[in-house]
Design a protein around this ligand. Sequence first.
Ligand code: CO
Length: 607
Amino acid sequence: MVQLHDQTLRDAHQSVLATRLRTEDMLPICDKMDQVGFDSMEIWGGATFDACIRYLDEDPWERLNKLSDALPNTRVQMLERAMNIVAYSNYPDDIVKNFVRYAYRNGCESFRIFDALNDLRYMKVPIETANEEGAHVQGSLCYTISPIHTVEQYVEKFKELEKMGCDSLCIKDMAGMISPTRAYNIIKGCKETGIKIPIDLHSHKTSGMTGFAYMKACEAGVDVLDTSISSLTGATGQPSTESVTAALQDTEYDTGYDMDLLMDIREYFEGIWSKYRHLHRNQALRVDPSVTVHQIPGGMLSNLVNQLEKQGAADKYEEVLKEVPRVREDFGYPPLVTPSSQIVGVQAVMNVKFGRYEKITNDTKEYFRGMYGRPPGEISEEMYETILGPDWEDEVIEERPASLLEPQFKKKRDELEDMGLLKKPEDVLTYAIYPDIGLKFLKGEVEAEFTSDELPLEPEKEKEEKEVKKPPVSYPFEGKVNIDGKDYEVKMESEETVRVNGKEYKVSVLFPDRSGSQGATTKPKKEEPTQDPSGEELEVKAPMLGTVLDLKANPGDQVKKDEPIAILEAMKMENDVSAPKDGTVKEFHVGKGEDVEENDLIATMVV
Ligand code: CO
């Protein structure tokens, strides 16, 4: 008999609805899902934590509590990214341990633990902690194809994970590209080498061959298969729970699940699918066998499409898909899964946009330094030099990066307490893992993109300009104008134009705003030339759409060419905005936390 592990409430919507499914749309169906008799259900972790606080204004800890209460008969699981927990970089041991403990205490009974580079040193702390708590521990390896990722290597590492105290194992084929033969060989290899604990196969339908792989996995003796309810599977999602159940009926692998019950659940999620129609993406729905070439996981694919659209670069999609495998080879063949998928993906976008390695992200540099773990394959000295410069050897670390980090839990707790924001210990973890967005969330400043009641929304349309009839003000005018939601102090002599952040705006309507000062609605008139005619002032612009994470200099500071003056977060990755020449920072035109569009003025320099 084979059992299913249901991914509807975690990976399914992460793969086809940009991770936006809200808790209130999950709870009504939990009772029925709880009756199926699934081996387990994944309901938390992965990208859902981030999405809760960033886009949904939902407390992820409350979600975990509510869902685990609503699923009393089913073992509920989270996806845990080893030392990266539910984010994209390493955290100190004390944060990882506390996270696992509090997750367990809030109802998470099982932990699927993986490291993006399959570096077992990174999985040790979460595996040991989850074991101490008494949770079910699943050791997971990312499946990928490369000259170094052989069947023998997988079998060896799974054996090691069993020794490390795991209760079950998982082949995590996040890109949906496992072939029937490889699935068979790895599982058979594990069983023949004497591995006793159950083996689970996690895959996505992306390649179109996953159904065959699941069947061969059954023949090799797989214990559990990962599926999601058909309504939320698309092509980048998992094989459908109902289809796999039906396919295995009347075989020795029969799950024994009630098909009528599954049909009820399907009907519920059909409604959810239509309700979330503003998030539908055509590309996520179509099978794409080229995944076996570019090897981009489902979640990454839908995010990449989303981000390219936002960056106004949707036409670069095919080019980026071709660049990803080249970058991956340069990087020593990391499996493409969070965070390496983002690191490789963003660097590939940069390479296509600006030329190969003309712009190198901070995360690429960190990866080469070894801060994400040991790259699985060899990296050439030329690549190290391209990324880290001639002294690269001094920068690369040998040890586990988390061992370089100071404990943080107490410090973060004290900081929250001082700010009066500490309501429960879990908040410390939200803040420690996501210092900026987490803090914003805890302060109650995150606005939900939508609530369940507001759905369905129509796909975004261009906003029309509204004509507002108000008496014009007299010139000269001195006061506040509001441009794109921000107030600016301006002076206008007689012209109906105003210059803000290096852009000239035509003032179409002027009227007194609520605060009593005079305001104006404006529309951009024209771009200013990038350089002052004297050649002495230089404008530093945002290379892409993103959020200003930090300013690395102060007005008056002397900076060298290529020295970062600001950090921009785009596509969940940090990117330097660097000084184009040696000079002095004259003024910043953005603040920390501000959203900027491509080409927005970041700073003015004197060179
Ligand atoms: Co997945």
